[in-house]
Design a protein around this ligand. Structure first.
Ligand SMILES: [Zn+2]
Length: 526
């Protein structure tokens, strides 16, 4: 299980500064990025009168533009005999475009009549960290010394060759970067930043509310802690062990909530709720599973109450395919789409309909049984008892069945050798390699799916249809002909509008969606 790192953007293009920050903050749970990855961002002019003001201004403005945490810095030299100059305007002291040599020359000229004891100066540095809401942290570092009459040393930059540091017994330009950073203004500010940031991250993570998502399957139970943004803080999968009985599985689910919470280093108070994605049919308002085909003995079970009693958190349940669809719609492939439909292609065909960021449940929480869209009025018998459902034609087992039937009817194919071990993946693979029979079977699977999807487009006029599950691994072998077939089977405007794409969240989708379902449920109840 792994913890998500907090992203901090450095408000600068300077690669050296980024390296320096990485070295100073390397042990903290953060990810650092320079500004060049965000070309649309524009650093504001440094207009403040002092370094601290400049650093704050830059951090605040960039954080607002980027919507991320931004770290900005400003530093320079303050010379006592010049009333603080050139510190307050060091970057512009010798005019725009001045070289380091010209700046040093001007400074030494202005100080030529100043006696040794009065040549005191300090390098100062301010680092400011801001979120889009405002400044979070500001730290400063200073190093006192004096201005020499002649430059000394070739390292460093800016005023380094004329700044004598008593702690080093040398100018900044005469020592290594490592030695300089031990006593320099930047080194001190960076160490203060590391301390302040560690405290800030600790306080932040102690405050933030999270949701636990549980994805209950016949074989595995997946669980994770999900932040409000959809970030998965930790994720794990355990065996369901359904054969050991209902209470055994319920106990495992209850313990899993505590396990993922501790792995994410959260206190019990930080878990605002638990969402469970469960096979159905369900009564969501009452938290009851009516039945679960892969979990014998789960008839009319008050699942939400049972888990709530075991983990001490409020619990809400959601249909598993609906949960995965909600996750894709909010944080995955369908992000930003108003009307998104997802189809899960696997042993069965399931799905979810998400309208304006909400799952469409229907009157009895059984909406979006998309595998049971009829494509033939007197067709093959489906597991649900009805004839002609798309699941009876285009699911993975149905695809294998049609391949077997074609071989039994005398068709020649490399698939004949697979016998009982034939899988849907084998059929797609053989089709890619030019096996004629497999190509016909795959083309039919795609045609059957296209008929169902065409109907969905005519009914919902969706922005996007997301396909999820093993069959989507076929990539363009599936998607390219599917898009062509769909376009022939529904209104042109709807077909043109609707993007047909694969899922983005993969195995995390069920857990993220269950947590989102809990978030929506409990935050609306407040
Ligand atoms: Zn059916």
């Amino acid at each position: 299980m792994s913890r998500e790192r907090r992203l901090i953007v450095l408000g600068s293009h300077n690669k050296g500064k980024l390296r320096e920050l990485r070295a100073a903050l390397g042990s903290l749970p953060i990810a650092l990025r320079g500004l060049d990855a965000c070309p649309e961002a524009r650093a504001p002019e440094e207009t403040g009168e002092a370094f601290a003001e400049n650093a704050r201004l830059k951090a605040r403005e960039l954080a607002r533009q980027l919507g991320e945490w931004v770290l900005a810095d400003d530093s320079g030299l303050c010379v006592d005999a010049l009333g603080g100059r050139p510190g307050v305007r060091s970057a512009r002291y010798a005019g725009p475009g001045a070289t380091d040599g010209q700046k040093i020359g001007r400074l030494l000229g202005e100080l030529s009549n100043v006696e040794e004891p009065k040549r005191g100066a300090a390098f100062v540095c301010t680092l400011a960290l801001a979120s889009p809401e405002g400044v979070l942290l500001e730290v400063r570092g200073a190093c006192r010394g004096r201005i020499l009459r002649q430059p000394r040393g070739r390292n460093g930059f800016g005023y380094d060759p004329v700044f004598f540091c008593p702690d080093l017994g040398a100018t900044f330009a005469e020592v290594s970067i490592e030695a300089k950073s031990q006593v320099s203004h930047r080194g001190r500010a960076l160490r203060a930043l590391a301390r302040g940031l560690a405290g800030l991250l600790e306080r932040e993570s102690a405050m933030e509310q999270h949701y636990v998502g549980i994805d209950l399957g016949g074989t595995n139970i997946k669980g994770g802690v999900v932040a409000r943004s959809g970030r998965v803080l930790c994720f794990t999968s355990i065996e369901t062990q359904g054969e050991k009985g209902r209470d055994h599985v319920l106990d495992r689910m209850g313990r899993l909530v505590g396990k993922v919470r501790r792995a994410a280093k959260l206190s019990p108070k930080q878990i605002a709720g638990v969402g469970i994605g469960s096979p159905g049919p369900l009564n969501i308002a009452k938290g009851i599973i009516h039945s679960a085909p892969n979990l014998p003995g789960w008839e009319n079970l008050p699942l939400a109450a049972e888990i709530q009693r075991r983990c001490g958190c409020p619990v809400v349940i959601e249909n598993d395919a609906n949960a995965a669809s909600l996750a894709e719609a909010i944080a995955g492939a369908g992000k930003g789409q108003n009307c998104m439909i997802m189809l899960t292609l696997g042993t069965g065909i399931g799905g979810g309909i998400v309208l304006g960021g909400r799952v469409w449940h229907g009157a009895d929480d059984i909406a979006a049984e998309l595998g049971h869209v009829s494509i033939c009025y007197d067709g093959a018998r489906c597991n649900c008892g009805v004839q002609g459902c798309v699941e009876a034609y285009a699911s993975a087992p149905a695809t294998v069945r049609r391949a077997r039937e074609a071989i039994a009817a005398g068709g020649k194919s490399v698939l004949a050798r697979k016998g009982d071990k034939l899988t849907c993946e084998d059929v797609f693979k053989a089709a890619r390699r030019g096996d004629w029979l497999a190509q016909k079977v795959v083309a039919d699977t795609i045609k059957f799916l296209a008929v169902a999807i065409g109907s969905l487009i005519n009914v919902f006029n969706p922005d996007m249809i997301v396909l999820f599950g093993g069959m989507t691994k076929a990539g363009d072998q599936l998607f390219a002909p599917l898009r062509r077939e769909v376009a022939m089977r529904c209104f042109g405007i709807g077909a043109k509008r609707c993007k047909i794409v694969g899922s983005e969240l993969g195995e995390h989708a069920g857990v993220i969606g269950a947590a989102f379902a809990a978030m929506q449920h409990f935050e609306e109840a407040k």
